[in-house]
Ligand binder design. Structure first.
Ligand code: ATP
Length: 235
């Protein structure tokens, strides 16, 4: 569903990404980990079209989208979540999702919003003011907003940041179920190793802008290079 081929982004002498090839299958959750500065956020920016590539290609569902801008890629089904996207605190949760759906050009935005709120267990909060939500609920709303129009690929940059262990676990389970039911391919950048190894179908490890390991979670966790570079005693 999503492929990057030999993607590089250089900032002067800094090789933020240096020849990254990734593949994510339909409905798969791919965890992406690596030390600070390894290039994880940069690869998300490369895939969404926010950063111009120094070299390489991005393919979405077989189509080369490298030359397309952010908006055109979003229309083709590539979505990312932002933190605190719900800026209209006075609006209800339902209204916010409907509005985002409408803005994304979805024809029946009410039905789209309803399906998303159901899927993420947000129905009980549908008529609450977004500004009054707790932090964990707010993060779930951020995810809901990224799901308007049922994207094919969802890119998530640290969606669990700041959540309690139980909130993280809860969000992770929703994400896993969603990927399977809606056949959304998820690229998950996350520092919480329990979450990454718990829900990913495949894990990729970055170091200094390069892939140093990729594969099934158990194999990646056991890889000596990964343990040395990143996981250390946490492995
Ligand atoms: P973290 O886990 O800390 O969020 P990361 O793996 O997401 O890190 P990136 O933010 O992608 O890492 O950064 C990769 C490298 O590229 C770093 O060395 C960073 O300093 C550099 N970098 C990122 N953006 C720019 C920029 N706009 N100009 C110059 N260098 C940049």
């Amino acid at each position: 569903m999503l492929q990057t081929e030999d993607v590089a982004i250089h900032y002067g002498g800094v090789k933020a990404l240096d020849g990254v090839s990734l593949t994510i299958e339909k409905g798969q959750v791919c965890g992406l980990i690596g030390p600070n500065g390894a290039g994880k956020t940069t690869v998300i920016n490369a895939i969404t079209g926010r950063r111009r590539l120094t070299r390489g290609k991005v393919l979405l569902d077989g189509e080369d989208v490298t030359a397309l801008d952010v908006v055109a890629r979003r229309k083709r089904g590539l979505s990312r979540s932002f933190q605190h996207t719900s800026i209209f605190g006075g609006m209800t949760v339902r209204r916010q999702v409907e509005l985002a759906s409408y803005q994304a050009g979805v024809e029946d935005s009410a039905a789209d919003a309803q399906a998303i709120l159901r899927e993420l267990d947000l129905m009980r909060l549908a008529d609450s003011r977004a500004g009054g939500l707790g932090y964990g609920e707010q993060r779930r709303l951020d995810l809901a907003l990224a799901l308007v129009g049922r994207p094919k690929v969802l890119l998530l940059d640290e969606p669990m940041a700041g959540l309690s262990v139980s909130e993280s676990h809860d969000l992770a389970q929703h994400l896993k179920a969603l990927a399977a039911r809606w056949e959304v391919s998820v690229l998950l950048v996350e520092h919480d190793m329990d979450v990454v190894f718990g829900i990913s179908d495949a894990v990729t490890v970055f170091e200094l802008g390069r892939v140093i390991a990729s594969g099934l979670p158990a194999a990646v966790r056991a890889d000596p290079r990964v343990r040395e570079a990143y996981l250390g005693s946490a492995a």
